[in-house]
Design a protein around this ligand. Structure first.
Ligand code: 13P
Length: 258
């Protein structure tokens, strides 16, 4: 059975002091929970503070929001997998739609980063998802297929097992308009089918697929109780420790019900 994974993508928010306060409050709410894998994804500047604040809470992992594909060298302003590992980072979000749209990241670039992350034993959270225009044109499956084949090219079954996919429809990000559980489930089932094409059914069945896009306390349970939705990548609602904790708890309750 796939363990649910709920991640807090703080984007370009949270000063160090706020991050420390968040971790303290989150631990009061959920403790060092093991039923669900919890990942906090701060901006680079707050990673060390989050790691320090988590102290002995070993089940809560830390992620980064991006990285460069090279190991080291003359890449002013960039951060490598090795530098992230040095900070005890375990996950890295790659190919987020904000990076694809604002920083022109292509599937080929995402693929280079995914392979570099895996080589450095960082687990990639690879984001895919269609725009509203693409959905209205009926191209959801085509777009997801292109993004998955491009971003995951050359990965072995073992690599895929280490990888998390996040389905984030662009039209649902930061808009308050989430995909319905049925819309999300349909996309997730298609993603799993595509993973079967890329490897085999056993591997595809083990890969966790998160949903992201206006996840909040009110819709978390319905989304995460769908058969192919294995967690959430939470933006806005992850900035408040209580609402994030409730989303984590929604995932944990679902584990118990199954
Ligand atoms: P919101 O939850 O704010 O819609 O953001 C989703 C997201 O982009 C997470 O990566």
């Amino acid at each position: 059975m796939r363990k649910k994974i709920v991640a807090a993508n703080w984007k370009m928010n949270m000063l160090q002091a706020e991050a420390a306060e968040f971790v303290k409050d989150l631990l009061l709410e959920i403790g060092d929970m093991s039923a669900v894998e919890v990942v906090i994804v701060p901006p680079f500047t707050a990673i060390a503070k989050v790691v320090e604040s988590l102290d002995k809470a070993q089940n809560i992992k830390v992620g980064a929001q991006n990285m460069h594909w090279e190991h080291s060298g003359a890449f002013t302003g960039e951060i490598s997998a090795a530098l992230l590992r040095d900070l005890f980072v375990r996950y890295v979000v790659l190919g987020h739609s904000e990076r694809r749209q604002m920083f022109h990241e292509t599937d080929e670039i995402v693929n280079r980063k995914v392979r570099a992350a895996l080589e450095a034993t960082l687990r990639p959270i690879v984001c895919v998802g269609e725009t509203l225009e693409q959905r209205e044109r009926g191209s959801v499956e085509k777009i997801l297929s292109l993004q998955l084949h491009g971003s995951l090219a050359g990965l072995s079954g073992k690599d895929l097992h280490e990888t998390v996919i996040a389905y984030e429809p662009v039209w649902a990000i930061g808009t308050g308009r989430n995909a319905t559980p049925e819309q999300a489930q349909e996309a997730h089932a298609f993603i799993r089918e595509t993973l079967t094409e890329l490897s085999d059914a056993t591997t595809a069945d083990r890969v966790r697929i998160q949903y992201g896009g206006s996840v909040k306390v009110e819709n978390a349970r319905a989304l995460m109780s769908q058969p192919d939705i294995d967690g959430a990548l939470v933006g806005g609602a992850s900035l408040d420790p209580r609402s994030f904790a409730q989303i984590v708890q929604a995932a944990a309750n679902d584990e118990v019900v199954e």
